[in-house]
Design a protein around this ligand. Structure first.
Ligand SMILES: [Cu+2]
Length: 487
């Protein structure tokens, strides 16, 4: 964090001093008598974007209204959280930053002096919010703002994306946080449905923002469905009606929602589930197509919500259900974009710049480094038939899914459960927001490693173990171990 320069301090002292004694703000900073201009803004969602909406006066109802003032004016901004999510407003050229505000109807005010003319911007500094649309213009009429006026004049590196300006308040609480296990157990799958009449299935989702372990000594604030990554594995049958109840935990800072790829209708549910903290929404939809589908949060910036952990799979069983196997596993791949480099210790903040540049620090199965190796490896016995439901949350990277030392006997490519499966496949390509279903029989005991065969990602945390126990099978595999993957 930058230390304030002498000029900054002088500037602040001037403002504070003037305010304290009820003087005329701006008088000593400009040659012109200042007046006070007041604006009220409310945060909201509009056409899938996060925006500021003008309240009252000329800007009433306008989206990201252009705010105006004259040099020397005192500008007073009241920001209200219209939809309940956490926001702020910042005028970086004037070193003016509001407090964070959250909870529907709560407000914060910000006052500063427009100490120079020109065309400027204001925006929300919460990660991703500016990119999602919360940005407007601030026009000041009068003498151009001098280079000497802003305190950062001798440092050209100050930009709106400076980390210190996008650091949410929660970062300060990292030392005392509770760290939760956010890893979804790969065996956490509801039982098969098989043959039954279509019915209405209630689905309860709750978005929860939780500090979890990303890697050894490293934590991250995840945004989750039901507290873990991926979200719960949902299992319904073709013809069922989904009754989706979407709750957003009262402790959330963001609005969240859900888009089901299994749903037919605009938004896949996202248009009916934009849910502010502490509220609940609902929609129903009929499962028309069988398959294995991704669901994810679809609140702007969607990529940000996905990167932070908001994705899961829903299986729509075809008529008659799936063939019975001995073991089923649930695995999803995603990337995480942190301010610190891979392996950096302590609490990590999301990095929107890296997200937009598609430059992740971590690649993970089931939410965290070590999730499916040290913490919750897949386990089965030799002779068993294994099925893996594999999906990619992303948000940006496809997977070349491969199990080292195994061959997929059957691949339900692109998770199509009605097409004839591919047979005898080594590696399967899975798109972001897509899935696959693979099946194979375990013949030889040992440790098989789940990877994305874009293998640099192993170095960024992406690996899982499938441990097969049972009798050696020298007819199929034998020799003297020398090390290497799998042994
Ligand atoms: Cu979300």
């Amino acid at each position: 964090m930058k230390k304030p320069s002498t000029k900054t301090l002088l500037f602040l002292v001037l403002i504070l001093g003037l305010n304290a004694c009820g003087g005329q703000p701006g008088k000593t900073l400009t040659s012109k008598e200042g007046t006070t201009v007041e604006y009220a803004l409310e945060s909201g969602l509009e056409d899938g974007r996060m925006v500021y909406i003008g309240v009252g006066g000329e800007i009433n109802g306008q989206t990201n209204p252009t705010l105006t003032a004259n040099v020397g004016d005192t500008v007073k901004i009241t920001l209200t959280s219209g939809e309940g999510a956490e926001h702020d407003i910042s005028f970086p050229d004037f070193n003016a930053h509001s407090e964070h505000v959250s909870g529907q109807g709560n407000s914060t005010t910000l006052s500063f002096i427009a100490d120079g003319g020109g065309s400027f911007v204001y925006f929300c500094t919460l990660p991703g919010h500016r990119e999602a649309g919360m940005e407007g213009k601030f026009e000041v009429t009068g003498e151009p703002k001098m280079a000497a006026a802003p305190p950062e004049s001798n440092d050209a590196a100050v930009t709106p994306t400076e980390p210190s300006m996008v650091m949410p308040v929660s970062a300060q609480a990292s030392a005392s946080m509770d760290v939760t296990d956010i890893v979804r157990d790969p065996t956490d799958i509801p039982p098969a449905i098989g043959v039954r009449e279509p019915t209405t299935v209630r689905i309860n989702l709750e978005s929860v923002e939780v500090d979890g372990q990303l890697a050894d000594g490293t934590t991250f604030t995840y945004w989750t469905f039901n507290g873990q990554v991926p979200g719960p594995f949902l299992r319904v049958k073709i013809g069922d009606t989904l009754e989706v109840h979407m709750k957003n935990n009262t402790s959330s800072t963001m609005t969240h929602s859900v888009d089901f790829h299994a749903v037919t209708g605009p938004g896949g549910g996202a248009t009916m589930t934009q849910t502010p903290p502490g509220q609940e929404t609902m929609f129903t939809a009929k499962a028309l197509n069988p398959g294995l589908f991704v669901y994810h949060c679809a609140t702007p910036m969607v990529a940000d919500h996905i990167a932070n952990g908001m994705y899961g799979l829903i299986l729509v069983e075809p008529e008659g259900g799936l063939e019975v196997v001995d073991r089923e596993f649930y695995v999803m791949q995603g990337e995480i974009y942190t301010t610190g480099a891979f392996g950096e210790q302590g609490h990590q903040m999301p990095d929107v710049e890296k997200l937009l540049n598609e430059d992740p620090e971590y690649f993970v199965f089931n939410g965290a480094v070590g999730a499916l190796t040290d913490l919750k490896p897949l386990k089965a016995d030799v002779g068993q038939n294994v099925r893996i439901f594999f999906g990619v949350g992303g948000p940006n990277f496809t997977s070349s899914f491969h199990v080292i030392g195994e061959i997929f006997d059957r691949v339900y490519d692109n998770a199509s459960l009605t097409a004839t499966p591919l047979t005898d496949v080594q590696t399967v390509l899975v798109p972001t927001g897509g899935a696959t279903m693979v099946e194979f029989r375990l013949e030889v005991p040992g440790r098989y490693i789940l990877v994305d065969h874009s293998l640099s990602r192993l170095q960024r945390g992406l690996a899982g173990f499938l441990v097969a126990e049972g009798e050696e099978n020298p007819e199929i595999y034998s020799g003297t171990p020398t090390g290497g993957s799998g042994h």
